[in-house]
Ligand binder design. Sequence first.
Ligand code: 4AD
Ligand code: MG
Length: 475
Amino acid sequence: IAEVKGGPSEGVDRLGERLVVRGWVRTCRVQSSVTFIEVNDGSCLSNMQCVLNSDVEGYDQVEAGCIASGASVMIEGILVNSQGTKQKVELKVEKLVLVGKSDPVAFPIQKKRASREFLRTIAHLRPRTNTFGAVTRVRNSLAYATHKFFQENGFVWIASPIITASDCEGAGEQFCVTTLIPSSGEDTNSPVGSIPSTKDGAIDWSQDFFGKPAFLTVSGQLNAETYATALSDVYTFGPTFRAENSNTSRHLAEFWMIEPELAFADLNDDMACATAYLQYVVKYVLENCKEDMDFFNTWIEKGIVDRLSDVVEKDFVQLTYTDAVELLLKAKKRFEFPVKWGSDLQSEHERYITEDVFAGRPVIIRDYPKDIKAFYMRQNNDGKTVAAMDLLVPRVGELIGGSQREERLEYLEGRLDELKLDKESFWWYLDLRRFGSVPHAGFGLGFERLVQFATGIENIRDVIPFPRSPGSAEF
Ligand code: 4AD
Ligand code: MG
């Protein structure tokens, strides 16, 4: 349908052509002399209106009531000018084939708009709605634009591992991976099997598959650094996992992250890359997903198209963490959490900065206190802060977190000691500083938060096909 109706002429240039539409029935209206079937095939938001008379081959399926919402059909006909005002063209049907029937009463997606909460319980059918169709196509375009941006700028894509023994962020939010000893079937207490354990009940890691604890990755950064210090600029784009027990509209247990790593680069290069990347992908969807973006502009977030156009055209705000704290201390607004130099910014603080102070512009905050940031970030000369940056956007909050990496062996070892991290286990990471170390920097962007930002969808569970969050891993 997009192929025909997606062009600037909305299909008028293809009048008279014989076409076959394969898709799912949205509605079927039987009137005295004609029947209208609205078909959607997911290629675009628009349906194809198919008009048929009772003498058409396959009309008996209409009479039998089988051409109902949810059914799949194959319809052949001629593209003609539409009499209606909603569309320029329609299909004059010559042949109708019912491919898969659907009971319209039992079909969970009804014409009146269902709540997002309800649709989450039918994640297998929600792609059939306008909203999820549009989100899915925009998500796809953002992924395509991501690869296009990095590939055009000479970055090499790296597949970082999903299973790893190291905890990049050191926040202890990892999911553990283990193998199961199949249960005999009689043990109803552990029907799926058990984990190798010692006599006193502790997990016996030496008997486990990897011979030591292994986890689902929280970030591919450390692995990306190994390739950046060999191939120069690289990026990862893959799933990451966090056992954060936070039931918020911005957190998932499984989310996709884009992590570029730039060699021979400092924090300024990193911020410039983040800005160029974000402007590129936003511009891409504004230009290539017009119909879907207009839908979001009308139904999800009024004014989103203008707001995103501003993101593409205007510079981002940059300020230091210390200046941000000053701003917050001077604010007239009352915050739930106190503002204090040295504490992490809470989402209410981030919202105040992006929404109230800078009126919806993306804001980059840099040079955070070292004690609230990860071990690998490069220490600034003041001895108190690190070369870190967070990019904040309205509504979503933190979209990007990045830093210049500590490339000096003695500083890095010192930091690992200070934090009482096991230096031995970072032997390979330290090697990168022993053999041809270079200044390098990178960032991580939460892909679902980008989709939220680009579509205006409020809850992160509605921008990923199958959300994983505490207590929810069905489908
Ligand atoms: O700020 P974070 O924790 O940074 C890192 O993981 C670095 N290793 C990245 C790097 O420098 N290569 O996470 C990066 C981004 C966040 O800004 C946020 O957008 C997203 O990942 N994110 C989440 N998105 C959804 N659900 C969660 N639970 C997320 N946690 C982080
Ligand atoms: Mg962060």
